[in-house]
Design a protein around this ligand. Structure first.
Ligand code: CUA
Length: 344
């Protein structure tokens, strides 16, 4: 890429970044051509229609030129539609995550980023991902609006309290990339930084496997070099949490499912009680009272927990109490992960 971003020496480290570069360059060069054209026309008129060169007595009467005017309008319309279509196609690519994505929960709070892998491994302000594999971030905030921004990936997504937003990427270059918070969120907003470390897939699998083995064996010391570095890293709130806390979200959700009394009304084996069974709900369409259908995604499950009255599954009574305020975001994430694990 030749345009401005390259002058800033910003790496292009994801498939999305490479897609956007094409569109960015197109807009940049079209604008450049337009700018040069306008300046040249301006100079032409200044030089050849100089006041002294025309007869001061006669003011020329200038007719419009219908063909010229409409072709300018049509030409500009075509360019705008090309930009729209191109942008829309690229947007579709970043909005639909591949189904084989590696899913990672992200919780933003003033003023740090918490990451949790499906195996329960947790990090603050640092995320390690494999190169060349789709990664889907399922994000929420425990306080105010934040925004997850990775300039090297050309991706940015608002992180909103009380709901999930997602962002997926496929990193194409190994290396370490900056994450910024791009939504003003209070005093330390500018310090709300994280790093994404992209490693070779083999290295990533090895790194997770070692950790999982150690967890199974109950080894508390951290032998993995990556984790070692993060624990001892100088920047205060950064690095990996203690392994004892790292039971996987699904396991935590399963525990909560019993502890919070969900089992009184919901089974996981397919037979309905007071409430619908949660077996094979996630990822499927649910028919509601009134005939509407909704896709049971992360946000549907979340809403069913905190605002159970807002959507009632067909054939059931609106009797579920709200769990708003009684469950932390972490607990809601865990319950969603558990319901997800019962899916399909
Ligand atoms: Cu978080 Cu700004």
């Amino acid at each position: 890429m030749l345009a401005l971003l390259q002058l800033l020496n910003l790496p292009e480290a994801s498939t999305a970044a490479k897609n956007f570069t094409g569109l960015y360059d197109f807009i940049f060069y079209i604008s450049l051509i337009g700018f040069v054209g306008v300046v040249l026309a301006l100079l032409y008129f200044v030089i050849f229609y100089h006041r002294k060169k025309i007869d001061p007595e006669t003011t020329p009467y200038i007719h419009g030129h219908a063909v010229l005017e409409s072709s300018v309008a049509v030409g500009l319309f075509v360019i705008v539609m090309i930009i729209f279509y191109w942008g829309w196609m690229d947007y579709k690519k970043i909005i639909q995550s591949p189904s084989n994505s590696l899913e990672i929960n992200v919780t933003a709070k003033q003023w740090l980023w918490g990451f949790e892998y499906l195996n329960g491994r947790k990090f603050t302000n640092e995320l390690t991902v494999p190169k060349g594999k789709p990664v889907k971030l399922i994000m929420t905030s425990s306080d105010v609006l934040h925004s997850f921004f990775v300039p090297a990936f050309r991706l940015k997504q608002d992180v909103v309290p009380g709901t999930y937003t997602t962002l997926w990427f496929n990193a194409t270059e190994t290396g370490t990339y900056e994450v910024f918070c791009a939504e003003y969120c209070g005093t330390a907003h500018s310090g709300m930084l994280a790093k994404i470390k992209v490693v070779e897939p083999g290295e990533y699998d090895h790194w997770q496997k070692i950790w999982e083995w150690e967890k199974q064996l109950g080894v508390s010391s951290t032998t993995s070099a990556v984790a070692e570095k993060s624990v001892t890293s100088a920047e205060g709130q950064k690095g990996e949490e203690k392994k004892e806390n790292n039971i996987s979200p699904v396991e935590r959700g399963q525990k909560l499912f019993t502890e919070k009394g969900c089992t009184a009304c919901h089974t996981v084996n397919g037979s309905p009680l007071v409430g619908p069974s949660l077996k094979a709900v996630f990822g499927h369409e649910v028919e509601l009272e009134g005939g509407k259908k909704v896709l049971a995604d992360e946000n549907y499950i979340r809403e069913s927990i905190v605002e159970p009255q807002s959507k009632i599954a067909k054939g059931f009574q609106p009797v579920m109490p709200t769990f708003k305020g009684t469950l932390s975001d972490d607990e809601i994430n865990a319950l969603v992960a558990y319901v997800k694990s019962l899916g399909n």
